[in-house]
Design a protein around this ligand. Structure first.
Ligand code: SAM
Ligand code: SF4
Length: 333
């Protein structure tokens, strides 16, 4: 069934992709994402699994065709599989971004629940460095998770790597080789100035997509493809491999004009743009109306109305960080 597209903003952009943050908690403490000591939100401030489902279902009714679950680490939320099973029955492509730690036990269940594509974060192939970057000694578990995902039968498994100068920029080609050997796609992400971090100076550690691409190109000549997924990646191919190499470049390339996405934070705040504070409180709305049918109608109206809030573009500025005080884990990266 084709659902008419109802979410169109003031600039004519169709919103057909939603990222839902299902938890702010995580079993890792990646240096670019979280502080070592984190205070997580009290339970009652976080959307319940039922509330998250209602939001996802409302978006699906309004023509959204892709839902991504993220966090925090989505797979550490208690009961997450039951939510995934319900969302998997909607007429949307359901995808997950994960750090991979739970995949050794969950990969098969996710495929059975209807998850077609999965993104797994992996910034290094060196266990010691892994411990420095994530502050957890779980490298082997993540590699086992990636192997489990490869076997489980997802349509697509993609790796995501954030590259920081002086920390893992010497591993760019090794990471591409790791992806090539397994027939996986890989995307490189520029670090975004979200939340206050203490571990490194973001301006110094910043490694642009152009620099990463040059490193790969010296080993494997890259050809740009016009292939578009629903995300902001630009993709390149190598002559001798199925692996696609993507670049997500919030600083160096402004992709706002093609932005087709919104985010819902773990507290139920609908964010119309990652780099701006324009938002709408869906939690208050969800909790204000006990009748399910009325709530569903209110939710749809609010989502349609929210389109007028979506700003034209975002501005990130490394020198004056951070513009946005939310951490990535609460936003839904
Ligand atoms: N825990 C899951 C994971 O790590 O894949 C999902 C949530 S995580 C916030 C989603 C993605 O955002 C990961 O690929 C992570 O590397 C990336 N990320 C986190 N903080 C970032 C930052 N400051 N700049 C750019 N990417 C970031
Ligand atoms: Fe956790 Fe993902 Fe953030 Fe790392 S990037 S701390 S795995 S939420």
């Amino acid at each position: 069934m084709t659902v008419p597209l109802k979410l169109i903003d003031k600039f004519g952009r169709h919103i057909d992709y939603v990222r839902l943050s299902v938890t702010d908690r995580c079993d890792f403490r990646c240096v670019y994402c979280m502080a070592e000591e984190m205070t997580f939100l009290p339970r009652d401030q976080v959307l319940s699994l039922e509330e998250i489902y209602e939001v996802g279902a409302a978006f699906a009714r309004l023509g959204v065709n892709k839902l991504r679950l993220t966090g925090g680490e989505p797979l550490v939320r208690k009961g997450i599989l039951s939510l995934i099973q319900r969302l998997g029955k909607l007429d949307v492509e359901l995808v997950i971004t994960t750090n991979g730690s739970q995949l050794p036990t969950m990969a098969d269940d996710l495929v059975a629940a209807g998850v077609k594509r999965i993104n797994i974060s992996l910034d290094t192939l060196n266990p010691e460095r892994f411990k420095e970057l994530t502050r957890k000694d779980k490298f082997d578990q993540v590699i086992a998770g990636i192997e489990a995902a490869c076997k489980a039968g997802f349509k697509k498994v993609k790796l995501n790597a954030v590259i920081l100068k002086g920390r893992n920029d010497d591993e760019v080609v090794d990471l591409v080789d790791f992806a090539r050997e397994r027939g996986l796609d890989i995307s490189f992400i520029e670090e975004m100035p979200l939340g206050v971090i203490s571990e490194h100076d973001r301006e110094e550690a910043y490694c642009s997509s152009d620099e990463v691409r040059a490193m790969i190109n010296a080993r494997y000549p890259l050809t740009k493809t016009e292939e578009q997924t629903a995300g902001p990646s630009t993709y390149y191919r190598m002559a001798d491999s199925e692996t696609r190499v993507g670049f997500i470049s919030p600083h160096s390339h402004n992709f706002c004009s093609e932005c087709n996405r919104v985010r819902v934070t773990v507290e139920g705040r609908l964010l119309l743009c990652l780099g701006n504070e324009h938002s709408m409180d869906l939690r208050e709305l969800l909790r204000s109306e006990p009748d399910e049918a009325k709530r569903a109608a209110m939710l749809e109206k609010a989502l349609i109305d929210s389109m007028d809030l979506k700003p034209e573009k975002h501005h990130f500025d490394l020198a004056n960080e951070p513009q946005i005080l939310r951490f990535m884990n609460a936003t839904g990266g």
